[in-house]
Design a protein. Sequence first.
Length: 72
Amino acid sequence: MANIYHNERLIIAYASMNPSSKDWSAGVEITWKHDGQRRSHSIGGLADRFKSGADAEQFVINLAKAWIDSNP
C-alpha cells in the first residue's frame, strides 16, 4: 500500500495478488477536502495485470495523478 500527496489530494494505492495466476491487480482511492467536506474518488476493477505489486501500485499512482490533473 502506498500513500502519497499530489496537488493537495491524498492518493491511497493498493495492490492484490491473485493466488491462482500469481499476477497482481491494483486500485486507488483519491481523497481531499472541498468546502469543509471530505470528497473521494475510487478507481478499481481494472483489467490490467502486473508481475509485481510494486508495478501495480506505480501504475495506479500514475493513473490517479492523471485523474487529479484533469479534475482540478
